[in-house]
Structure formats: structure tokens, C-alpha cells
Ligand binder design. Structure first.
Ligand SMILES: [Zn+2]
Length: 462
């Protein structure tokens, strides 16, 4: 590929500056804050945007601030390619050894460590250095390129929605906010909430609680039940639940509390988890008598059996070759004597209709009522398009690995951009601790990101 070595050499000569720019950006804890006038996502994401736009101006690019929601950095006219990255981050959370908001270079492992180094400040800086390399090497382009910088990806992407209402995106857009080689298919996603009220006075469960997030397999669930002894509970157990821990205790009022430990997983890959909630519902069923509450628990348990993640019991099991199988997770539930709410999350293949999936799930949990929390269609960009084929070639040429398209159950930043794909920036098999403690980016990977993005620009806009 033309310019490959020249670009690599330029990047190596500017590696220190790239690291310093990334370090400055990581030092801003750009977690979503309280919205204020002129700061739609709070003070810190705005600070990160201003810093980045100022840097880009100093490197000779023209910039456009879309009302502090997002920014655009342009090189050349008639932009054909847009690179979409985000400058906001998730909170630091627990468990860090290094400072999350002061980037560290660890010589032993050759890593830059800090919140945002991989998601997505590192890739944003790599994109800037890709544009710098192309510009400063004087590589001729027929069309322009834009770096679009968002500030709300982690909390619903209202930044991008605003940007798309007020600016025009180039015809080809990729985001370095996913995985290599290329993600061209994102399943559809729907979330449904079930609810019921009980007034027949027969409720035995005084309290039930499980799950924190609708997009996760719950790792813990507990319920407090009246009128059942420990012996009765133990005698009622009909089977083993692999991968879970079940405990119980009785308090001074003879109330039985049952606790289930499972294993957390993202709702897009529920087969890697152990659902504590569906386990709890199954072990509650045999100890409940009759009444509306018991009926509701049994209906939920029947529709969401422990160990099932493909929607079989709700009648929505479906798969296709390009997307894989539908997944369905009962993720959150709150119940007291008189009231129940429970949420589920489904990721459905391109061949399925979101409306049909929702209707079918709703019908499967009668007599509970339901309402739709959200429904997003699948996102699919043709693998054979010249755009995708070029990105795959760039990946193969630079890494020496085979380029191929990936289908995922999660949504990326380009989910609502027609024809968009994710191109990097996580390399296959590398766990960069995204959203966790000790997030990092490999020094060499940052260079490769910049080199691949520069080649994507020269190949697509040259
Ligand atoms: Zn991200």
C-alpha cells in the first residue's frame, strides 16, 4: 500500500507529541456531569472538546464546534470520509493501581494506562495524528476528511443525534470505537418492562430484588418470603443450578430470605453469565401457594427458565447466518407484596422484526402487562461495499492478519449512521479493560491505529 512506510516513519518521529497530547486529554475526567447552559453534558466533557479543538487548530486544521455537543475537524474540502470518535469517558470506578486520570506509561508492558486510553481518547488522538501525517507529508487527496468528536457516547449519544440534526455527515463514516477488523452488523435491540399489581392478600413474597442494569445478566438476586420454613425450602429444591450459589436464612420474625449468586455478563453475550434472577424465580415457584403474585412469578419463570438465553420459551428463538442468534435476558426485577416490575433485554438478528419479537415476548408472560422501553432496528452495512473492502485491505496490509467482518449484539457509535461501520480500535484477543480498572492501550497499537487510519484516508480520499 502506497505511503505505508512513509506514514509509519512520520508517526514514529512524532510519537512523543502524540503521547503528550493523549496524556493531556486523559487528565480531564470527562465523565458526564450536570448539564448547564452551553455545557449540554456538564463541564468536563466540554473541557475535553475545547482542548481537542484547540489542539487541532494549532496543527492547522479548520474546526467547527457544533454548539458544544460535538466538534468537527476538517482537512480538505468536499469531505468523503468521517472518522467518529468520542471524548467522554465512564467514571473511574474501583480497583485502580495507577491514577485513572493521570496517564502512566508502563515500560515493562509497553502500555499507556489511564481512563479513556482505549475508549476512546487514544483512538481520537490516533485519528488526529493520522490526519496530521497525511497533511504534513503532503500526500495529495482528491476529497477531504473529517474527524468528528462527540462528548456523550457513554450516556446515550445525544451528542451525535444533535450533530446529525444540525450538520451533514460525510458519505462514509467509521468509528474507531469498536473492534478490528470491521464491525458491519449490529443486532437490533429491544427492552421491555413487565408489571403487575396484587391486591388479593395472598402475596407471600414481601420483597424481591435483582439486577441493577437492564443490559446485564444479574449476578445477584434475593427474596424475602413469609410462611415458609428453611426445611420446607430445602425439601422443595428439585435440581441443581450449575454456576450459582444459593443461601438462605431466617430472621427473628420467621421470615425466610433466599439469596442467589450468579455471574454477571453483558446482555449481548448472556451465555457467558449465570442469571441469578431466573434461578431465584425457579426455586421460588415450588414454595409458593396460589394467588396473583404466585401466578406472576410462575409466568415469568416459565418464560425465562434458568440457563436459557435464546428466547425459546418466549417463542422468539431465531437466527440467521450473518447475525447469529437472538439473545434474551431477564435482567432486573423489583417486587414487594403489592407490586412487580421486571425488565428484559433482547438482541435480535437482521432477519427478525422488532415489533414481532416484542409482541411475542409480551404474550408469553401473560397475565403480566408490559410496555416497551425502547426498540432499535438492526444496523447492517454491506460487506462487499468498496468502503468496507478498503478498510479490510488496510487492516490486512498493516497487521498481516486476515481481515473479516464481525457481527455483534451490542451497538456501536455508528448504529444510527447509514452505511457506517466500526473499524478498531480494539485488536482481536486483547482485553483493554474497557470501562474497568487499569484501562490501557498498547503503545504499538496506538501507532498501528494511527497508521491504519492514515492509510484509510489516503486510500478512500486519495
Ligand atoms: Zn467508546
Amino acid at each position: 500500500m502506497q505511503y505505508k512506510d512513509q506514514i509509519r516513519a512520520w508517526l514514529l518521529a512524532h510519537e512523543e507529541a502524540m503521547r503528550d497530547d493523549l496524556s493531556e486529554l486523559v487528565a480531564i475526567p470527562s465523565v458526564k456531569g450536570t448539564p448547564a447552559a452551553g455545557a449540554p453534558f456538564g463541564e468536563k466533557p466540554l473541557e475535553a472538546l475545547h482542548l481537542m479543538l484547540e489542539k487541532c487548530q494549532n496543527y492547522g486544521f479548520s474546526t467547527d464546534n457544533a454548539d458544544n455537543y460535538a466538534g468537527c475537524v476538517s482537512y480538505g474540502k468536499d469531505a468523503k470520509l468521517g472518522i467518529l470518535a468520542h471524548l467522554d469517558v465512564v467514571p473511574a470506578g474501583e480497583g485502580w493501581i495507577h491514577e485513572p486520570f493521570a496517564m502512566t506509561y508502563d515500560a515493562e508492558t509497553d502500555k499507556y494506562i489511564g481512563r479513556g486510553t482505549s475508549d476512546d481518547k487514544g483512538p481520537a488522538i490516533a485519528a488526529l495524528y493520522a490526519m496530521r501525517a497525511v497533511k504534513e507529508l503532503g500526500i495529495p487527496l482528491k476529497h477531504g476528511v473529517q474527524l468528528i468528536l462527540g462528548t456523550d457516547e457513554e450516556n446515550g449519544s445525544d451528542d451525535l443525534a444533535y450533530y446529525m440534526r444540525h450538520r451533514e455527515l460525510p458519505p462514509m463514516v467509521f468509528t474507531p470505537d469498536g473492534d478490528y477488523p470491521v464491525i458491519n452488523l449490529e443486532k437490533g435491540m429491544a427492552r421491555v418492562e413487565f408489571h403487575a399489581e396484587f391486591s388479593d392478600g395472598k402475596s407471600q413474597i414481601l420483597h424481591l430484588s435483582a439486577g441493577e442494569a437492564v443490559n446485564a445478566v444479574p449476578a445477584y438476586a434475593e427474596a424475602t418470603v413469609k410462611g415458609v420454613t428453611i426445611d420446607e425450602f430445602l425439601a422443595s429444591r428439585q435440581k441443581e443450578y450449575a454456576g450459582t450459589g444459593i443461601g438462605c436464612s431466617v430472621d427473628e420474625n420467621d421470615l425466610l430470605t433466599i439469596r442467589v449468586d450468579g455471574r454477571n455478563a453483558h446482555a449481548s453475550t448472556p451465555e457467558t453469565g449465570r442469571n441469578a434472577l431466573t434461578c431465584l424465580l425457579e426455586i421460588l415457584c415450588p414454595i409458593l401457594n396460589d394467588g396473583k403474585q404466585a401466578e406472576a412469578v410462575r409466568a415469568l419463570s416459565k418464560a425465562f427458565p434458568f440457563g436459557e438465553t435464546d428466547g425459546t420459551s418466549c417463542g422468539v428463538k431465531i437466527a440467521d447466518d450473518i447475525s447469529g442468534a437472538l439473545t434474551l435476558v431477564l435482567s432486573v426485577m423489583r417486587m414487594d407484596e403489592g407490586k412487580l416490575t421486571a425488565d428484559c433485554d433482547t438482541r435480535f438478528p437482521v432477519c427478525a422484526s422488532g415489533t414481532n419479537v416484542i409482541t411475542q415476548i409480551g404474550a408469553s408472560v401473560r397475565p403480566l402487562a408490559y410496555n416497551v422501553l425502547m426498540c432499535d432496528d438492526p444496523h447492517y452495512t454491506d460487506e462487499k461495499s468498496p468502503f468496507v473492502q478498503t478498510l479490510l485491505r488496510v487492516y490486512e496490509d498493516v497487521t498481516g492478519e486476515q481481515g473479516k467482518c464481525l457481527a455483534i449484539g451490542g451497538g456501536t457509535y455508528v448504529h444510527h449512521i447509514e452505511g457506517g461501520v466500526a473499524f478498531g480500535a480494539t485488536f482481536p484477543g486483547v482485553d483493554v479493560h474497557m470501562h474497568g480498572a487499569e484501562e490501557f492501550i498498547q503503545r504499538e497499537h496506538l501507532l498501528l491505529d494511527a497508521q491504519m487510519m492514515a492509510l484509510a484516508i489516503t486510500e478512500l480520499c486519495g
